[in-house]
Design a protein. Sequence first.
Length: 271
Amino acid sequence: RAKAKGRNRSEVFDRALHDEALRTLDLENDLRRALIEGRFEPYYQPIVSLEDGARVGYEALLRWNHDSRGVLAPESFLAVAEEGGLIEQIDWLIYERVFRDMGRLLADGEYVCINVSARHFHVPGMAERLLGLLRTCGADPSRLRIELTEGALLDEAHNVSAALYDLRVAGVRTQLDDFGTGYSALSYLHRYPIAAIKIDRSFVAELDGNGSQGGHAVVRAILALAQSLGLETIGEGIETPEQRRRLAALGCERGQGFLFAAPAPLAAVAG
Ligand code: C2E
Ligand code: MG
Ligand code: MG
Ligand code: MG
């Protein structure tokens, strides 16, 4: 009897795995079709100065205009796109769109940030390819920043450091995304040409009146570290005036979040 039960359980388990595999395959096929049909698009979210609220630039965020499910954010498909090796193709399409949008999008002195998956550095020549595409699109490299997560810095095997220096020499700055959630590679920070760090929104969320003292301490520590290394700081996911006020009081210079504006397509942000 126990055996029968065990078998049933494993059949249920196999079935679940099978369904999961099919869903992944479906999604991968949908992604491939969406690539061919040109259904990916950058949305733009303003980045502002916390002191006076003035816009300093935008972050470009990938969106999928799905034929039946509406506009999808990366959360629902990024993992499958990465595993299926599709994110590289999607990203290069997005980067080209962003570079072509820059002229219309950016006012004097503003910049745009793109998200770059660590996988891009596994292919040699990432920096050259990015700079080449900027040239082709007639875009100014000094108006571009790339966002990497901390994990990318730990990847000694792929010469990420050399690529970041090549980009920096050409004018492209690098900022660290979701800072504090990854490996917090503090010892690596000064070895890379990093211009800014983005404080992850999980810490920003704890800055509300009823938030824990722990969140405060982490934000304070990150800001102190950034200041001592001469790095600019950006608070992510700011949703309330209280979060904005506390970040600014702690010395954070810039921010983005729904409090200021949600990500929107080019037509909505640049008239
Ligand atoms: P991220 O780079 O940390 O982007 C910030 C995320 O926070 C975005 O989610 C943005 O829409 C969301 N956000 C902005 N303000 C608020 C707020 O006030 N509250 C809350 N709750 N969320 C806010 P999104 O657009 O879903 O992107 C998720 C992640 O997907 C990004 O995190 C980034 O890691 C990745 N990603 C986005 N675009 C691209 C891309 O073009 N290429 C690659 N490889 N990854 C991308
Ligand atoms: Mg980002
Ligand atoms: Mg982030
Ligand atoms: Mg993130």
